[in-house]
Ligand binder design. Structure first.
Ligand code: SGN
Ligand code: CA
Length: 525
């Protein structure tokens, strides 16, 4: 009996070997793996802060044009459904470095007490071990200093928009003259110029833009002066049936300040972010914001008019910082073109998470709702990724690192929780086995912004969220019928079956990703 089985399988194997199907796939595999291993690409990741899809024209935004980000998408791929695991800065950076969820990489929130363990496995170390030269330049925000990079120079904490300080590898703090986005590009291009050209490079450019308090470069003051931005339909959300949304402290109306955020009546001689402007910058800021103050004075005693004015001012400043960001991305792309590096360099543009541009009346991020759950992701790799590739599959930021390792021909360690989507990008075919749901877990409560801790699951159609901490509540959304997540369906008649299914999916993901804290909460009720 055993012998017969062996004969059959031997026969089958022999047939398979000569089948055109096998030859095609085998030769594809050989070509594919050799292309990666022999000619390792350079990898450049431009990682911005709080830059959201709603403000990027490649994602369909009409708020502004972002020609250089769009160029990456046009020459390569745009990922339409990219999500983060924990919508906040330092945790997202830790996910990028490790390819693991916060509960495993150890960085659950932005608290300065929670230090990132740099001794752990990280993408730059894996690439270094495969002959890469590695660098991180710009915002870092992980409290402990970078480990495993050949070169780094980082902003302390959040950094400053003007005359930013940088901590260098000698641990000295050095002040640079200029606007932060320009300075970060200068330092990045400077490193590229002096790098060891015998090795491929991996560089992350950590941008400060478009983070609060949205200080534009002098040349971008007034860039959106005559524009009236449409307010999102749910700007005046009353948070009905959504206890956590009612709890938050991140509204344009109440949380956003007239002074530091909207730059009215600020003291330019006090040390701090405005005190850092040089004489010419102070004069330009004063001239521009004195004019804005005239408009403010007209509306300050009329709450309905004031909130509209705040919204317009918020967008003007945020989008102006995005303008300098996009312009600097253009500068970096031009450098790659002019040095001939472009043809063998993978360029990724992404952000640590999305952001609210007035949806639900908010700025900031944190919630598992669409605007902050999503993050932009565009990538080009000339000759390998077809121009204008559109990926609709659900990609999560744990997938970034394994994908880059895969493209570099480096083995993906089995403890990395993300999956490579390299073959999706290179073949332009949808993988039927790709994930159909994603898992999210946010922790930082109460300060700042009072968003209760929560975790949840998102499928292509539904989202189930479990808030915990100050109160235990569930939320359920049908994203097909309710794109802006205004109608919490949890507990409503007719939704019992889908709720049970989503709870089972959530428990499955929690177990798969080894999130013991969430598992214990789910098992209790
Ligand atoms: C600062 C901001 C917050 C922001 C956090 C985290 N306040 O504390 O609004 O949520 O950073 O942002 S500010 O008054 O100092 O601007 S993150 O992008 O680093 O996660
Ligand atoms: Ca951020």
């Amino acid at each position: 009996m055993q012998k017969k089985t062996f004969n059959i399988s031997k026969n089958l194997i022999a047939k398979l070997f000569v089948s055109p199907f096998f030859i095609l796939h085998f030769s594809f595999f050989i070509l594919h793996s050799n292309a990666f291993a022999q000619d390792r690409p350079n990898i450049l990741v431009i990682f911005s802060d709080d830059h959201t899809q709603q403000t990027i024209s490649a994602y369909g935004s009409s708020l502004m044009q972002t020609p250089n980000i769009d160029r990456i998408a046009k020459e390569g791929a745009i990922l339409k459904n990219t999500f983060v695991t924990n919508s906040i800065c330092a945790p997202s950076r830790a996910v990028l470095l490790t390819g693991k969820y916060s509960h495993l990489n150890g960085l659950k929130d932005n608290s300065p007490k929670r230090k990132f363990d740099g001794a752990q496995q990280q993408v730059q170390k894996l690439l270094s071990a495969n002959n890469y030269q590695t660098a991180w330049i710009g915002k870092w925000h992980l409290v402990t200093l970078p480990q495993g990079f050949d070169y780094w120079t980082i902003l302390p904490d959040q950094g400053n928009y003007f005359q930013p300080d940088f901590i260098n590898m000698k641990k000295d703090t050095v002040r640079h003259q200029g606007y932060v986005t320009n300075v970060i590009s200068d330092l990045s291009l400077g490193w590229l110029d002096k790098r060891d050209t015998t090795k491929p490079f991996f560089m992350v450019i950590g941008e400060k833009a478009t983070h609060r308090n949205w200080m534009p470069a002098v040349e971008d003051l007034g860039a959106f002066e005559n524009v009236e931005f449409p307010m999102p339909a749910n700007f005046y959300d009353d948070y009905k049936n959504r206890r956590a949304a009612l709890e938050q402290d991140m509204t344009v109306d109440k949380t956003m300040t007239i002074g530091d955020d909207l730059k009215i009546g600020v003291n330019y001689s006090k040390p701090g972010m405005f005190g850092r402007l040089n004489t010419a910058e102070k004069a330009a800021y004063k001239k521009y914001f004195d004019q804005a103050e005239i408009e403010y004075d007209k509306v300050k005693n009329d709450s309905a008019a004031l909130i509209k004015w705040k919204y317009q001012r918020y967008l003007k400043d945020y989008l102006s910082t995005a303008r300098a960001l996009d312009r600097n991305i253009g500068r970096i792309l031009k450098y790659l073109d002019s040095t001939g590096l472009a043809k063998n360099t993978i360029v990724v543009y992404t952000s640590d998470q999305g952001f609210y541009m007035g949806e639900h009346g908010w700025f900031d991020k944190r919630f598992m709702y669409e605007e902050s759950l999503r993050t932009p992701f565009v990538i080009k790799y000339p000759g390998k990724i077809k121009p204008n590739t559109r990926v609709e599959d659900m990609v999560v930021n744990i997938d970034f690192t394994p994908t880059l390792l895969d493209m570099a021909g480096v083995n993906i360690p089995t403890d990395i929780q993300g999956k490579s989507f390299a073959s999706r990008l290179l073949t332009n075919k949808t993988d039927k086995n790709w994930r159909k749901s994603m898992y999210y877990h946010y922790y930082e409560y109460p300060q700042p912004h009072k968003v209760p801790a929560h975790f949840g699951v998102r499928t292509t159609r539904y989202k189930l969220i479990r808030f915990y901490g100050p109160f235990d509540v569930w939320e359920l959304y049908d994203l097909e019928k309710d794109k802006t997540e205004m109608n919490n369906l949890f507990g409503k008649p007719g939704y019992e079956k889908i709720t049970t299914e989503l709870k089972a999916e959530l428990l499955k993901l929690v177990k798969e990703y080894k999130d013991v804290e969430a598992e214990n909460i789910l098992l209790k009720n």
